[in-house]
Design a protein around this ligand. Structure first.
Ligand SMILES: [Fe+2]
Length: 307
């Protein structure tokens, strides 16, 4: 089950440009594009900078005990940096995540903006201090994303370490009270090293990660890129991913034009179930390439298991 709530209410839609009106006015298609595209671009800039939605999922996946309620807030792809994710906006996101009051918070990597249009640099220490404000009874756990690896991994590690946010790389931790325990696992990044066009080397070790799981308690797995899902065994109740931004620029009623995945739109966004295995992909919060979003507003996930 999925539902979505705006936080705060979304900005109003951009005015609709009438095609007939344009034709009547004797304007050609080029002129129409000249009007529509800047309007769409302006709306996409507003969507990236102003909108924030809470997307909720309720599910009891296989191997998760029926009735064992656990709430998880997911903050993915913060990409801190203006114009859309300046430090004030980061604070708003962190406040909104805390306001959900979940049992557990997971932060899925790609912490700072690396595109060419950054208007406000948010220093590593600044976004890390905001991440460190996240609070949940069972803790706050993080993983790294590809942009963290590609643009200064040592500085990201130091920033998270300085504020004592636990960072999981091919590791698993047993959480919860006796009788309600579960494993939270975190995978190393799958495309940590760029080797050339569509060629990467990862630091992910899924078998090694799952070897850390030493009891029969259920498993929740954090990954940055969703592509690993094709290899995730049934032993894992739920895999949570980010990275794709849901395509970031998406037209209504059609799959995303582009998604950074070897599987195209298959794992681009949302709750995906394949052979009884469950994956939830967040649309994330920030932007890569350009500070625009269309049809995929910045979102925080609120996942409820077992209820
Ligand atoms: Fe990413």
């Amino acid at each position: 089950m999925t539902d979505r709530a705006a936080f705060p209410p979304p900005v109003p839609a951009a005015p609709v440009v009438s095609r007939r009106g344009l034709l009547k006015a004797g304007l050609g298609l080029t002129a129409a594009a000249g009007l529509v595209l800047p309007g769409t671009g302006a709306y996409a800039a507003m969507e990236a900078a102003n909108n924030l939605v809470i997307t909720s999922y309720r599910l009891t996946p296989p191997r998760w005990p029926v009735g064992r309620r656990l709430t998880i807030t997911c903050v993915a792809d913060l990409h801190a940096g203006g114009p859309n994710m300046g430090i004030a906006r980061v604070r708003q996101v962190i406040d909104a995540a805390n306001a959900l009051g979940s049992d557990l918070i997971v932060v899925l990597g790609d912490y700072f903006a690396t595109h060419k249009f950054v208007t406000e640099v948010v220093p590593h220490d600044a976004w890390a201090e905001e991440v460190a404000r996240l609070r949940a009874p069972l803790g706050v756990y993080s993983i790294l994303g590809n942009h963290d690896w590609w643009h200064g991994i040592d500085a990201v590690r130091k920033a998270l370490g300085r504020v004592h946010v636990p960072l999981m790389e091919n590791d698993a931790v047993l959480l919860g009270e006796p009788g309600r325990r579960f494993w939270l696992a975190g995978l190393g990044d799958q495309i940590a090293y760029w080797l050339g066009p569509n060629r990467f080397r990862g630091v992910d070790d899924l078998p090694g990660t799952l070897k850390r799981v030493t009891t029969d308690d259920p498993v929740v797995l954090m990954v940055h890129e969703p592509d690993i899902f094709v290899k995730v065994p049934e032993r894992v109740s739920l895999t949570i991913a980010g990275h794709t931004h849901g395509g970031q620029i998406r037209l209504p009623f059609v799959p995303p034009v582009w998604a950074p995945s070897a599987y195209g739109a298959r794992f681009a966004y949302g709750h995906i179930v394949e052979q009884g295995r469950h994956l939830i992909v967040s649309g994330g919060l920030g932007c890569s390439q350009v500070p625009l979003r269309l049809g995929v507003p910045p979102e925080i996930l609120h996942i409820t298991l077992g209820a």
